[in-house]
Design a protein around this ligand. Structure first.
Ligand code: AMP
Length: 397
């Protein structure tokens, strides 16, 4: 029997990212993006072996986008779908793994919405729209937070009064779990080990960035916290700042909370530091051209990344390897080199040629002789969502 097919759906407030994946395959049969939804400019883009195509969506809501997907799925699927896998950002403490979507699961995702007010409601819109057009297929929720539910309390608790945790759920949750899980499994497989073996540090560096310490398939600590703002310098997010910054800005500049949230989430990070861009490619070019802000932004990004990795290393009994992934981790040899300059303390030494010459889109080793393993591994969150969805179905049959 041909390997099963899964439709992977990642729904935002004005967009739906989708991919039709075949079990065990690293390529999508069909992938694309419906964007500017709920507006007159709504449009559907898709990509297959036949090339790229687009189609205006009218009237252009999430439900219209899902309905427009059906004929495409019919065209490119050689068998009925086995599952629809939905990315859901926040599973709180309720979800420690994938969940077959039913009314209780929907209620629990809703209950977690205060922890992710921009994301969970949008994810639910996608679930409902997909269920409406594919009612006979099992729908599975895969949570960004679930992989980190194995963190011990000393890693996930803030030093705040207990009531804030016990009553209000204020704790560190972590995100990017699907990516950290996928690349650490791939790292183990590359070493010839079972997928859940090894003591790894993984650095997911995209527009959002986080590090994770993984031991034998379990997350022991990660750099993001209650929200995805904690931890590393990111494209437009500040990462860690002094928590008293809020009070300071309120007192000295009269800024209210929405203004401060905008500052920390949208105007900071690489963009804020450089005064130029949140895009690492542009910053690398500007640095070459002598732009001081770009140079500083990249230096701060790399130093803070290294500092976080060194801190997370204490979660592990030993280090079998460091993995770089995400758009920056996979493609920026400069970022990897500048970060690794600070990480000799962990026995990590980069081979400059291997680092610079790694073919785009491929996994590979970049450590020097005698160094602890350093890997670049392209992440594939959609594949992980597809495989986990099927896994759950197999386990529940
Ligand atoms: P992601 O969110 O994983 O798509 O990653 C987006 C980030 O990856 C942006 O900052 C891009 O500039 C960065 N990126 C993608 N390709 C490259 C490249 N060749 N060199 C440096 N940065 C890159």
């Amino acid at each position: 029997m041909a390997q099963r097919l899964v439709l992977v759906v990642n729904c935002g407030s004005s967009s739906i990212k989708f991919a039709l994946r075949r079990e065990g395959s690293s390529a999508a049969l069909l992938s694309g993006l419906a964007e500017q939804l709920e507006s007159p400019k709504a449009i559907l883009h898709w990509h297959t072996t036949d090339g790229k195509q687009s189609q205006a969506l009218s009237p252009g809501g999430h439900a219209d986008a899902m309905a427009s997907l059906l004929p495409l799925i019919d065209e490119y699927a050689d068998q009925p779908l086995s599952a629809v896998g939905h990315r859901v950002v926040h599973g709180g403490e309720h979800f420690t793994g994938a969940a077959l979507i039913n009314p209780e699961v929907i209620a629990a995702i809703e209950a977690n919405a205060p922890l992710a007010p921009l994301h969970n409601p949008a994810n639910l819109i996608g679930i409902r729209a997909a269920q409406a057009v594919l009612p006979q297929i099992p729908h599975v929720a895969i949570f960004d937070t679930a992989f980190h539910q194995s963190m011990p309390p000393y890693a996930y608790r803030y030093a705040l009064p207990d009531e804030l945790y016990a009553v209000h759920g204020v704790r560190r949750y972590g995100f990017h779990g699907t990516s950290h899980q996928y690349v650490t499994q791939q790292a183990a497989l590359l070493r010839g080990w079972p997928a859940t073996q090894g003591a790894w540090l993984s650095a997911h560096l995209g527009n959002g960035c986080s590090n994770c310490a993984v031991l034998d398939g379990s997350s022991l600590d990660t750099s993001m916290g209650l929200t995805p703002l904690e931890g590393l310098v990111m494209g437009t997010r500040s990462g860690d700042v002094d928590p008293n910054l809020h009070a300071h800005l309120g007192r000295t500049l009269g800024w209210d909370l929405p203004r401060i949230e905008r500052l920390l989430n949208r105007e900071s990070g690489l963009l804020g530091l450089s005064g130029l861009s949140n895009d690492m490619r542009e910053l690398e070019q500007a640095r070459k051209d002598g732009h001081d802000g770009a140079k500083l932004a990249i230096e701060v990004f790399c130093y803070r990344l290294a500092r976080s990795l060194a801190g997370l290393a204490v979660a592990l009994p030993r280090l079998d390897g460091l993995i770089f992934t995400g758009g920056i981790g996979e493609n920026s040899a400069l970022t990897r080199a500048l970060t690794l300059k600070h990480l000799g303390i962990l026995g990590l030494q980069v081979d400059p040629d291997a680092n610079s010459n790694l073919p785009r889109g491929e996994a590979g080793n970049i450590e020097a002789a005698g160094s602890t393993t350093i890997l670049v591994i392209p992440t594939d969150e959609e594949r992980q969502i597809a495989e986990e969805s099927l896994h759950l179905l197999d386990a529940s049959n």
